[in-house]
Design a protein around this ligand. Structure first.
Ligand code: ATP
Length: 230
């Protein structure tokens, strides 16, 4: 199953406040065409994570609208929206459940063969094989038993299994060992192929994958345009 070449995302004068007082995002306006990758930059607290959360509808905007392929995401069933949007965040949420259920979000119809293939492509299959019960091994909530690199790779595996048209990626900013870094770099490359992407980039290499760059400052867009090769 190959995903289509991605979806169109539109932010139409989106503002948002966590406390109904101060806007954390203010008048965010942009459109990203299918298959394009937007690199989101800005200091800590500038609103990058909040923008990503709005796309996944963890919150609704206080003003304006967000559309996927011209459908307001508030009009979509939450389950449909989350089928179309894959998220990889820095704090990977794991459930107290089997590795399989953690990967498929409890969807029964995903075959073990497919899971094995995806994990092999991420070099995670040996990790599963050394677990006492393989894919049936239960993980502890919070994922204490996983390294940061393994947790991010699992998050990538989830997205590959879901195969959404849009990926939102907040890559790990902490230093990982070089082998894991390399695996993650390759995973990001494959993930952004033929999908629309929004990446909160902490590495120069990731910024270089972006077609467009947006810089946020205090919740406003201060720079937006095609990435210029340096
Ligand atoms: P970082 O690079 O540190 O992740 P960011 O650019 O992603 O920062 P946000 O996390 O979106 O920034 O935060 C934007 C503003 O919103 C900050 O002032 C932050 O304190 C505030 N904020 C973030 N999450 C919440 C929340 N759940 N409740 C209240 N305020 C929040």
């Amino acid at each position: 199953r190959v995903s289509e070449s991605g979806v169109t995302i539109t932010f139409d004068r989106v503002s948002f406040s966590y406390d109904q007082q101060e806007n954390v995002l203010e008048g965010i306006n942009f459109q990203l065409q299918p298959g394009k990758v937007l690199g989101l930059l800005g200091r800590t607290g500038s609103g990058k994570t909040t923008l990503a959360r709005l796309l996944f509808r963890l919150y609704d905007p206080g003003a304006g609208s967000i559309r996927l392929n011209d459908v307001d995401i508030r009009e979509m069933a939450l389950s449909d929206l989350r089928e179309q949007v894959g998220m990889v965040t820095q704090d990977v949420q794991l459930f107290q459940a089997s590795v399989r259920d953690n990967l498929t979000f409890f969807k029964q119809q995903v075959s073990d063969a497919h899971i094995e293939q995806v994990l092999k492509e991420l070099d995670l299959w040996q990790w599963v094989e050394q677990l006492p019960e393989g894919l049936d091994t239960r993980l502890a909530a919070g994922g204490q038993s996983l390294s940061a690199g393994e947790a991010q790779l699992l998050a990538f595996a989830r997205v590959f299994l879901k195969n959404p048209g849009l990926v939102v990626l907040d890559e790990a900013s902490s230093r990982l060992d070089p082998a894991t870094e390399h695996l993650l770099e390759q995973a990001v490359d494959r993930l952004l192929q033929q999908r629309t992407g929004i990446v909160i980039a902490h590495r120069l290499q990731t910024v270089q994958r972006a077609d467009e760059i947006m810089i946020l400052e205090d919740g406003r867009i201060v720079e937006y345009g095609a990435r210029v090769a340096l």
